[in-house]
Design a binder for this molecule. Structure first.
Ligand code: DC
Length: 232
């Protein structure tokens, strides 16, 4: 059967990557986490001290060193998912650190960084058979993707999910703080100057406020079945 590109965008804490990974496993496709790529550039910038201890981001230095940043994904059998490698080193854990999370939105707003990442992402899609998630996949990276999905959920519901996760990790952050953070990130994602988060033309809206993972997969498989593979 011919392969397609599945492009998934949407708000934070909607379970995009969990959903995208499950789809990739189901279809036997490659999953690409584009957030991990922006996080890797941010980690590199921190390691090279292109971000000062005072938190000043040197865009110039980051841009000048973009050719030296090599990001790849390698399948980890034990995990059943891919790990992110920065210049040959597994950085899967480091890119999720608080420090990286704190600066990644600044770094991902640099136009040259986006240009380079978009180019790499487009190369990864040359042979199709991929599920990619992020903020601009259906709008910028693959506007021609055969299946574009825009995920959202009620902020209250997303904050409840995050709150539960944080509690399980032993964090004592309050529900109100998390709800504020969820709303703030939505605003930032939707209002930034470059590649703001938007529902792409032709994207299918998936509001999973009241859907279980099984129901989401059922919905996806219905949509997938509607695509006429012969057209591609
Ligand atoms: O999905 P995430 O939290 O791992 O994303 C990390 C950051 O990268 C977040 O600030 C949004 C940004 N990002 C982006 O600008 N474009 C993408 N395609 C993916 C993520």
């Amino acid at each position: 059967m011919r392969k397609i590109i599945v492009a998934i965008d949407g708000h934070s804490s909607t379970g995009k990557s969990t959903f995208a990974k499950a789809i990739a496993v189901k279809l036997g496709y490659v999953y690409v986490d584009t957030g991990a790529m922006y996080r890797s550039v941010t980690l590199y910038a921190l390691q090279q001290q292109f971000i000062s201890e005072q938190g000043e981001v040197s865009e110039k230095e980051i841009v000048a060193h973009l050719p030296a940043i090599n990001i790849t994904f390698r399948y980890n059998k034990e995990k059943g998912a891919s790990d992110t490698y920065l210049n040959g080193k597994n950085v899967e854990r480091e890119i999720r650190s608080f420090n990286v999370s704190q600066y990644v939105s600044r770094v991902s707003a640099i136009p040259e960084v986006r240009e380079r990442m978009v180019h790499l992402q487009q190369e990864m899609g040359v042979h199709k058979g991929i599920v990619m998630d992020g903020r601009d996949i259906g709008t910028v990276v693959f506007p021609q993707a055969e299946l574009k999905i825009y995920m959202t959920a009620d902020p209250q519901v997303r904050a409840e999910r995050r709150y539960k996760e944080m509690k399980e990790k032993g964090s004592d952050v309050s529900f109100e703080e998390i709800l504020e953070n969820v709303k703030h990130r939505d605003y930032e994602d939707e209002h930034r100057a470059v590649a703001p988060l938007r529902k792409a033309p032709g994207a299918l809206l998936l509001d999973n406020s009241r859907l279980t993972p099984e129901q989401q997969m059922e919905w996806f498989l219905q949509q997938f079945a509607k695509i006429r593979m012969d057209d591609y």
